[in-house]
Every structure is written in C-alpha cells, then in structure tokens.
Design a protein around this ligand. Sequence first.
Ligand code: RP5
Ligand code: MG
Ligand code: MG
Length: 274
Amino acid sequence: LKPHKICRSLAYDNDHQRFPIPDNRVLWNTIFPDYTPYEYTTEKIQRNPRADPADPLKIEKFNQLDKKIDRRSFTGQYYVDPKTNRPRNPNGRTGMTGRGRLYYWGPNHAGDPVVTRWLRDENGSIVYRRNNARDSLKPVLEFVAILRQDRKQWALPGGMVDPGEHISETVKREFQEEALRDGVDKTCIDQLFSNGVKLFESYVDDPRNTDNAWIETVAVNFHDETGQLTKQLHLNAGDDAEKVVWRSIDRNLELYACHKDILEIVVDRFNAYW
Ligand code: RP5
Ligand code: MG
Ligand code: MG
C-alpha cells in the first residue's frame, strides 16, 4: 500500500478540518501522543436507514460477509478496537474519526469501469505518439472520463457497490448512470460489458476516508478494440457527473483519488503510449 495523502488533506466538506499528520506519523505503529483526530459523521449519513447504525457495537461481522454487506478488506484482516468496535483504517491515520460521508464502518466497496478504445484520427487510423526521440512510437488509448460534481475533478465513472450487488453489475450500472444517463442502445452496452478484465482491487486514497471508514475499489477494463461498438454510444452526463468525455490517456492526466494509477495499469496491459 502506498501511504495515503489525499485523505489527510485538511478540509472535509469545507468547514471540517482534519487533525494534521506529518508524513512520518501516518502508520499506526508510529507513536503520536498528541494525535487528537476530529470526529465527524454527516447528519445525512446518521439519518440514512441504509447506512450503518451510529454505534458500531451493533455490528457483529467485521472482516466478514455480513448478509448483503461485504465487510472484508482487500488489505487483509483489519484491526477492530475491542472497546468501541470501531474498525481501524489499514493505511494509517487520516486526522478524522467517525464515517464522514461514508455509509459503512470499515471498508466501503466501490467499482470503477475503465472503458477504453484506441484514439483515432479523422481517417479512422490509430494515433501513435512517443515521449522522446529514443522511445518507440506507441498507440494512444482513450477512456471515458467524467467530471465529478463534488470535487470538480476528472475521474472514472465509478460508484459504490449496492448491498448484494456483484461488482460486474456495479460497474455497468454506474457507467450507465454517470456516462449515459440511462438513455442507451441496450445491445451495444451489453456487448461492451460482456467481457471485462479486472485491472486492480485495492484500498483507495479517497478524500472521504477516515480512521474508521474507507473506500476500496475494483477497477474493470472494457476495451473496444475496433472502436465500432463505442461509436454507437451517446455519452451523456448523469447523476453525480457534471460532464462526460473521451479523454486520451497519458502521464500528464490529473485525476480524482487513485484513478491515474488505474489508467497506468491499463496502459501496461496494452503496451500503449503513456
Ligand atoms: C472512488 O470513489 C472510487 O474509485 C469510485 O470511483 C468512487 C465511488 O464513489 P462515488 O462516485 O459513488 O461518490 O474512491
Ligand atoms: Mg454513481
Ligand atoms: Mg460515482
């Protein structure tokens, strides 16, 4: 695990400040006697019947599949405080306790669809680029990106796994909600989403993470080799997406959370330009 950084940046929902943590005090096994994190769970989460109860002592199945809620972590067994029954963020301190805006104590599972095709010129030929004269020319990939309403950052059109939902359903549903606003050619989308390749499953350095609640994601790649399938897609931003576009992939992208790391994996998969 890379040490998290984004979920230590101070402001949470503008007026809630995390306790500042120096880089060498992030891990739980470093001593930090002055550490007094800010406790925060939004009112909305506290009132939401689909979110976890306010008191984690009511939850018996951390680190297990709890009916329809998967409380297991990709990082392995996480620590749960025996007194409070609060799970502890496996990646270290965040300066905030409680759940912030997250539904569940412990891991909150998400899915990220990485829909790709080759970047083509007006004639339909694949575009090749190189970073410098010594590199070989490599084909350029593009992916479907959304502009997140909450942070005004470009991102993958991902979302949280619904209770009981399989990840393959999550990525397809979220893509339709955020990138197609549900109005689509169904056969085209079914075909595109019929063979996904898992790229990554991991803890995410998401700005909403706290010491007791965090996001983990599975990123799945759906690649349209000929570009014929995605030609028929009418991108249309919906739900928490403000815009949706095809964006070419390279090392200069600046994306939400760990989404750039995910794209680097897809670039490796196709030996594409970066
Ligand atoms: C990120 O938050 C995940 O990688 C996923 O893209 C997203 C899920 O949250 P919402 O889009 O539902 O807010 O950490
Ligand atoms: Mg969504
Ligand atoms: Mg989303």
